[in-house]
Design a protein around this ligand. Structure first.
Ligand SMILES: C[S@@+](CC[C@H](N)C(=O)[O-])C[C@H]1O[C@@H](n2cnc3c(N)ncnc32)[C@H](O)[C@@H]1O
Length: 384
């Protein structure tokens, strides 16, 4: 029977070697690193403990040799991290950091560098003087009216944009024209949103009716395209909540199939809508946003533990596409704190603003349709 020369080190034993800095520990860590068939976690921990040693010459030599060899990327990221943290005290590590960055040309490393530089500046989130202190309304096209709002004034944006030419109130020359217009609004949203905060967009595919029996109706997967324009505006993807409605409440698409049972004619009833959740790109973690609030601020015990929310839609005689209040309540509860300024740039009847108000948030609404604007004024939203 062959004997194994090394026992597999544990994370704890490697950490201990990292804490006790000595030439002998360095040598043991190097030997360990050269062992084959170690797990990624173990190898990464060894690199981390090597980085904690005192002898910069040896650390530099190790990183210079190993950073460009074939290792799992997690292990390389740890080497890069060591370079980042040592670059301040020793320019050799700064040079190596840049070389590694050029070699891998990798977005994770780019992000690591951004985080590191931000932490170096010891910058706190800039608190901007509050411009909105009561329920407010911007009347007109949000692409221009939002210019009245200074940057980083808003802590949450939730909206349901006009569904491309699906209803009376939207009118665009083409689908591309619609997306271009939405992109302009999203850029405004990015500017007014505080660093690191969330934007939630409620969309679902829309269908434009066929203009005659010989023509096909066109279905647009709006949410796929919104992903692109959200990223182009500077947001990044966090989650998707699926809003599930009772089947009786949605248009019946399955009837045709039920009559013929012909393959290819299958059109299921669509009972879901998407709530797309994105975060404003920021070089710090969410903890930093949370730390800004009083420690005592917490939600109640009731939770939605999955990304499927079962909520009946709401119908309103004055507006064709209103949010159910329950949907707004959940969004406000999970993505904002009491006292936050929250915005719906396509406010319609103002459901989000109304619920926000009752939940101790300060709503800012934008709406261009004068009938809805008038109703919002009556509900106590003051024009700015
Ligand atoms: C889907 S509805 C929002 C309904 C809303 N969630 C509610 O609960 O009533 C979209 C609204 O955006 C408005 N709108 C469309 N384009 C706009 C723009 N560029 N600026 C401001 N409002 C706009 C429309 O008039 C419409 O009322």
């Amino acid at each position: 029977m062959t004997q194994t020369l090394f026992t597999i080190p544990t994370i704890e034993s490697i950490k201990r070697l990292g804490l006790e800095k000595s030439d002998s520990n360095f040598a043991i860590l190097l030997d360990m690193f050269m062992q084959e068939e170690l797990s990624i976690d173990i190898k990464r921990e060894i690199v981390s403990s090597i980085g904690r040693q005192k002898n910069n010459d040896k650390i530099y030599e190790f990183l210079k040799q190993e950073s460009f060899k074939k290792h799992y990327m997690e292990v390389i990221y740890q080497m890069f991290r060591t370079c980042l943290y040592k670059s301040k005290e020793d320019t050799r590590f700064a040079d190596l950091r840049d070389k590694i960055l050029r070699h891998y040309n990798n977005e994770v490393m780019q992000k690591m560098l951004e985080y590191y530089l931000f932490r170096q500046q010891k910058k706190t989130i800039l608190k901007h003087t509050r411009q909105i202190i009561k329920p407010s309304l911007l009347m007109g096209d949000n692409r221009t009216t939002l210019n009245k709002i200074q940057e980083q004034q808003i802590q949450l944006i939730f909206t349901s944009p006009p569904y491309y030419n699906a209803r009376l109130y939207s009118d665009y020359k083409s689908y591309q024209d619609y997306l271009d217009s939405m992109l302009e609004t999203l850029k405004q949203c990015y500017r007014i949103l505080e660093d690191g905060r969330f934007i939630l967009i409620n969309v679902s595919p829309v269908i434009t009716k066929r203009v005659g029996r010989e023509f096909e109706s066109i279905r647009y997967p709006i949410h796929f395209d919104f992903h692109k324009i959200l990223c182009e505006s500077g947001f990044y993807f966090i989650d998707e909540i699926i809003w599930i409605k009772p089947e009786y409440s949605v248009p019946n698409r399955i009837a045709g199939y039920l009559q013929t049972k012909k393959p290819l004619s299958y059109k299921p009833n669509c009972i879901t809508e998407s709530i797309m959740i994105y975060r404003k790109n920021s070089p710090f973690l969410l903890d930093k946003n949370i730390k800004d609030y009083d420690k005592k601020l917490k939600n109640d015990d009731e939770i939605d533990s999955t990304n499927c929310w079962y909520i009946a839609p709401k119908f309103d005689k004055n507006h064709p596409a209103v949010f159910p209040e329950e949907l707004c309540q959940k969004v406000l509860k999970y993505y904002s704190f009491e006292g936050d300024v929250v915005c719906d740039p396509f406010a319609g009847s103002g459901t989000f603003g109304k619920v926000a108000n009752t939940m101790g948030r300060i709503p800012l609404l934008c709406e261009q349709n004068l009938d809805y604007v008038e109703k919002l004024r009556q509900k106590g939203f003051d024009e700015i």
